[in-house]
Design a protein around this ligand. Structure first.
Ligand SMILES: [Zn+2]
Length: 236
């Protein structure tokens, strides 16, 4: 199994903790190996509590703090919040422009995002609306938004030039690439534990078990799995 390596990565996702669940082991591995990993979080995470008396403005700062702590555990270089309202993420010209700004600014070699086609899995999980929107925003950034000069051309005045994203990775149950995270599964679990308000630590047993199952498919102890796309033709 030949694993591609990258010098820079952008992980685009909906909520604080999504990236850790999706690809925390891969992020930790890439960062350890010298890849500059950036996070862009679409929403404010303000729907993260269901306690009576909860209010969005109380929850959002807690979740931002927890996300920054988790990113630190994994070695993520920057975390940017786009500030959309948790639960109400939409693909609009405004959100597309926000994502395009970050992609063009950071110019990552690989964009990692949720699979927008995932509606559910198994018999006990319906995928969150925002996850699908975040995935669609990523695909829309790949084509046409980020590379097309006249899309959000006003960004030129900020000194931001169009950018062709060379690689897109979507966590997937039908993968073509496995990442061996045997060395970083503990980091992934430690990062999830930073999401105290979401009881991230309680997810550890099933997160580990899932990574073990994927690892079995890959022939390693623990793994994460991706459907990957490569758009540039400059094969070296
Ligand atoms: Zn989420």
């Amino acid at each position: 199994m030949q694993e591609p390596t990258f010098s820079s990565a952008l992980v685009l996702f909906a909520h604080p903790d999504d990236a850790e669940f999706m690809c925390g082991g891969t992020v930790a591995k890439w960062a350890r190996d010298g890849c500059e990993v950036h996070y862009v979080v679409c929403t404010d995470g303000s729907a993260g509590s269901n306690e009576p008396g909860t209010r969005r403005e109380l929850v959002a700062p807690i979740r931002e703090r927890e996300q920054r702590a988790a990113a630190d555990v994994l070695g993520v270089k920057t975390v940017t919040f786009l500030g959309e309202i948790d639960g109400l993420l939409e693909v609009t010209p405004a959100t597309r422009k926000k994502v395009t700004r970050e992609v063009r600014r950071l110019r990552p070699e690989v964009l990692v995002a949720p699979d927008p086609g995932r509606l559910w899995s198994g018999e006990g999980y319906i995928n969150h609306w925002d996850h699908k929107q975040a995935g669609l925003l990523a695909l829309t950034a790949v084509m046409p938004d980020s590379p097309t000069r006249v899309m959000f051309q006003e960004l030129e005045s900020e000194g931001i030039e169009p950018y062709e994203i060379p690689n897109l990775w979507l966590p997937s149950d039908a993968p073509n690439v496995y990442v061996d995270i045997t060395q970083t599964i503990d980091r992934k679990i430690e990062a999830l534990a930073q999401h105290v308000s979401e009881e991230g630590e309680a997810a550890a047993p099933w997160v580990r078990e899932r990574a073990r199952q994927v690892g079995e498919e890959a022939g390693v102890e623990y793994a994460e799995a991706f459907k990957t796309f490569r758009f540039s033709d400059d094969d070296e």
